[in-house]
Design a protein around this ligand. Structure first.
Ligand code: FMN
Length: 199
């Protein structure tokens, strides 16, 4: 994606949201898209921030929601039990675009939504959830690649979590030699609106 597509002077709030919808939808479908991986920050119970990369699994423009998958035993789940607020962040170095948004997380484990996502996922992705050692456990040596779970093995599924991230506002910064552009795009109500802010 070249930088000129991110020249915000060619959009109004609605056409820019449409452009973002297209980009996020492509990001879900293609591992090569710069937004396929997001940086997700949570707040730990002692109040310090913690950031990690995750693969985006779904984007729903109607409910204003991203989802990613994780392990019930991972520290980020403990963070979300303590504080449901998280921050998603992306930077596309070719397009020179930063996007960040605050979201409210809902976790889905052993329910219909988790079941659907489990069935829609590749075996190689599901293998991560049945590991004997929880994410973050200290070990004597590097573990082998996890085995693909058997179709009737309930262990992986019991540790599989869909994290749904609902957002109402996005902040976009695009870098240009002619002047950087930064907006806050509110998608809480239809029609969406934006305000220009100092970069
Ligand atoms: C490219 C990439 C993609 C990743 N995708 C995920 C993911 O979708 N879900 C996940 O739980 N961890 C994912 N990880 C691992 C996390 O970044 C992190 O190391 C792990 O989940 C432990 O995080 P926590 O200790 O903060 O819970 C990914 C790591 C990389 C480098």
């Amino acid at each position: 994606m070249n930088n000129s597509a991110w020249d915000l002077t060619q959009y109004d709030a609605l056409s820019f949201w449409d452009f973002c919808i297209t980009q996020f939808s492509k990001a879900i479908d293609s591992a090569k898209h710069p937004f396929h991986i997001a940086n997700v920050s949570t707040v730990t119970s002692n109040g310090s921030p913690q950031t990690r990369s995750v693969v985006l699994r779904q984007f729903n423009e109607t409910t204003r929601e991203f989802t990613f998958h994780t392990d019930l035993r991972s520290p980020k789940i403990k963070d979300l039990q303590h504080c449901k607020n998280l921050c998603l962040h992306w930077y596309d170095s070719l397009a020179r675009v930063q996007i960040r948004l605050n979201a409210l997380a809902t976790t889905h484990n052993q329910n219909e939504r988790a079941k659907q996502a489990w069935h829609d996922s590749r075996d190689s992705s599901l293998a991560c959830y049945g590991t004997p050692n929880p994410p973050g456990a200290h070990m004597d040596q590097f573990p082998p690649a996890p085995l693909i779970p058997k179709a009737d093995d309930p262990k992986g599924f019991s540790q599989f979590v869909v994290v749904a991230c609902h957002f109402e506002e996005l902040e976009i910064l695009t870098l240009h030699a002619t002047g950087h552009q930064r907006v806050s795009l509110s998608v809480k109500h239809d029609p969406v609106s934006w305000s220009i802010i100092a970069p």
